[in-house]
Design a binder for this molecule. Structure first.
Ligand SMILES: [Zn+2]
Ligand SMILES: [Zn+2]
Length: 612
């Protein structure tokens, strides 16, 4: 069955069981500065899994585009991909194991047509503090019509046994990992995975015996039901939660590969047309060219969705990941002698074509996608010849240090293996260990850099910064009152010393206007208005008059801050915002506008500081 059909059937199947389809989150989560990309369906649902009521009810579902940048270097074998779609269904304190497990099994066998004899399942085997998930074992026995006892997964696979148990490293979910690592108050629970058996032969390099979680590729996990049912206590015990949730996620591409019985994920229908195009322009078919074709397909598909979502190649954050994807695809086309220049047009056309019925944006953006990728490949080719010179300059002995190797990798996208190959021919030493160290250091720095990005342009979360952040909301509204409703936020940056606020306005503010704005803000501070946070449906919030920062893509459910006596009726300011804020405006004390200046045509900037 084709991937598009599987997606449609999933939505219909769970729709008939009382689920409502929530809108997809954008590929880049707008209100979560701790992560660069949406990497699972549950990401946008975290507050609701913790107990906040969801306006669309207790049974939800969707198909969520996801990207996992940590998998980039793994791409090239027959199953790793960076971009994928995750089918998801959720019960927020509604149904539990005895509904979820049979439903998913029914979906796989009745709707998709997978043969039950090809399916095997895993459950949590228990540890010193949390008991074995007997409930799931009982449900599965009934569903799979088996009396055979569950077997320990590590003991190996046996076709007549359908249920296997694994420890917390495989069948336990919490944000901090295994039960022992969870802090008191954190929620978690066992999960149950379904595996499809491709019936390929086991490769002993992955271990003596084959089992469901073996990495040889025989078994592929096609869906995981997480049962959030425990809260860790201060004494390290686990207490059952009053609200038990189901969080299910299943990779669409993997379910498609099971349905099409293709152990090679790049052979599924989504990739077929684009793959054929590339295979026509490969000069020699070799292991490198098979690997290169997979890398090009995966990376360009991910790049296509990122560009369509509004991202451009850049030197930091998401833009940097996009740049690496395009450059890696281009590099591997060179290694394998694939004429990407003359086939890229068609490859993008075929990849877009696979999604045209489900994502019309792709069709509309196709021209821009192609142009962005082309420009980046041209830039890459220029730097590549510079990088090549650097490697060749070492000819005749010497060592390429770890830092140099990382630099080549980072700047030019050279995989270290390729440098080693070049280098070996020229009898140049390569410091591979030094490379790993340089890479680790870089990852740590970028992780810290990502963590440093707080919401709303805040430099930190000090008291002063939080006060100035609330003052920024008051300022935004005051500017609209004094200057008119054409005023929109264009940017903001807040430190403990001052706030900086950019907004649209065609001309310089007069001294009188500045004084009026300052007076309004200080008046609202004096009134000591309460600050409320609510989570609302995006469209409803917009309709109620909440201001959104137009440069952001917001998810279906948004966090909104309202300043005023009554958040439903009587308020002064209402904005989409992730916080944090003071409890009531009196806490700000007072502000003073210190500067007003132009940023660019039509945009002004105001600086203000705390002043009481
Ligand atoms: Zn195996
Ligand atoms: Zn804000």
């Amino acid at each position: 069955m084709q991937a598009n059909e599987i997606r449609t059937r999933f939505i219909k199947f769970f729709g008939m069981r009382g689920h409502r389809e929530i809108p997809k989150a954008p590929l880049v989560p707008p209100n979560d500065p701790t992560t660069l990309f949406t990497s699972s369906g549950m990401q946008q649902l975290v507050p609701f899994l913790k107990g906040e009521p969801h306006p669309m009810g207790r049974r939800l579902m969707d198909s969520q585009p996801c990207f996992r940048s940590e998998d980039i270097d793994e791409v090239g074998d027959n199953r790793h991909i960076t971009f994928f779609e995750m089918l998801g269904n959720w019960s927020l304190g509604d149904y539990f194991k005895k509904e979820q497990l049979p439903w998913f099994f029914e979906f796989l066998t009745e709707e998709i047509g997978l043969k039950p004899e090809r399916l095997y399942v895993t459950v949590f085997e228990g540890d010193a503090v949390v008991p074995k998930d007997e409930e799931s074992v009982t449900v599965w026995k009934k569903v799979l019509k088996t009396n055979a006892p569950a077997r320990k997964g590590a003991d190996g696979f046996e076709p007549t046994i359908k249920i296997y148990t694994y420890g917390a490293d495989k069948n336990w979910w919490s944000r901090s990992g295994i039960p022992a690592n969870m802090p008191p108050g954190e929620i978690g629970g066992p999960d149950s995975e379904v595996f499809y058996d491709f019936q390929t032969s086991h490769d002993p390099k992955f271990g003596r015996v084959c089992h469901l979680n073996c990495n040889c590729g025989r078994f592929v996990e096609i869906g995981n039901s997480v049962f959030m049912q425990y809260e860790k206590q201060a004494d390290d015990s686990f207490k059952p939660l009053p609200q038990k949730n189901v969080d299910f996620g299943g990779g669409l591409e993997r379910i498609a590969s099971a349905s099409q019985n293709q152990p090679d994920i790049f052979n599924i229908d989504i990739f077929t047309e684009a793959r054929k195009t590339l295979e026509k322009v490969v000069v020699v078919s070799s292991p490198e060219s098979i690997r290169a074709v997979r890398i090009i397909l995966d990376h360009l598909r991910a790049a296509m969705f990122m560009v369509s979502d509004g991202f451009e190649p850049a030197n930091k954050l998401q833009g940097y990941v996009l740049r690496r994807l395009i450059r890696r695809a281009a590099l591997h086309s060179k290694i394998a002698d694939i004429d990407l220049d003359n086939s890229i047009n068609l490859v993008i056309d075929k990849l877009c074509g696979s999604y045209i019925t489900v994502d019309p944006n792709l069709g509309e953006n196709q021209g821009r996608i192609l142009e962005t990728i082309r420009i980046e490949i041209t830039k890459f080719e220029k730097t590549l010849s510079q990088g090549m010179k650097k490697v060749l300059s070492k000819v005749g002995g010497g060592t390429i240090t770890g830092t140099e190797l990382f630099d080549l990798y980072q700047t030019y996208g050279y995989p270290p293996e390729l440098v080693k190959e070049l280098a070996a021919q020229k009898r140049v030493m390569v410091d591979g260990k030094g490379f790993e160290e340089a890479k680790r250091q870089h990852q740590e720095t970028s992780r810290t850099a990502t963590k440093g990005l707080f919401k709303g342009g805040l430099a930190d979360k000090s008291d002063e910064t939080v006060k100035l952040h609330t003052a920024t909301h008051l300022l935004h509204k005051a500017l609209r009152e004094i200057l008119g409703n054409h005023v929109r936020q264009e940017g903001s940056n807040i430190t403990a010393e001052r706030l900086r606020f950019d907004f649209s306005h065609p001309r310089k503010l007069s001294g009188e206007e500045i004084a009026k704005v300052e007076t309004v803000v200080n008046q609202k501070i004096k009134e000591d208005l309460p600050v409320h946070r609510t989570v609302e449906e995006k469209d409803k919030a917009l309709k109620s008059g909440a201001l959104a920062f137009f440069k952001e893509n917001y998810p279906a459910m948004v966090s909104v801050y309202t300043i005023g006596k009554d958040p439903a009726k009587e308020w002064f300011s209402k904005e989409f915002c992730g916080g944090p804020h003071v409890k009531s405006t009196g806490g700000i004390g007072g502000i003073r506008i210190i500067k007003e200046q132009p940023v660019q045509s039509g945009i002004r900037r105001i600086y203000a500081e705390l002043h009481s």
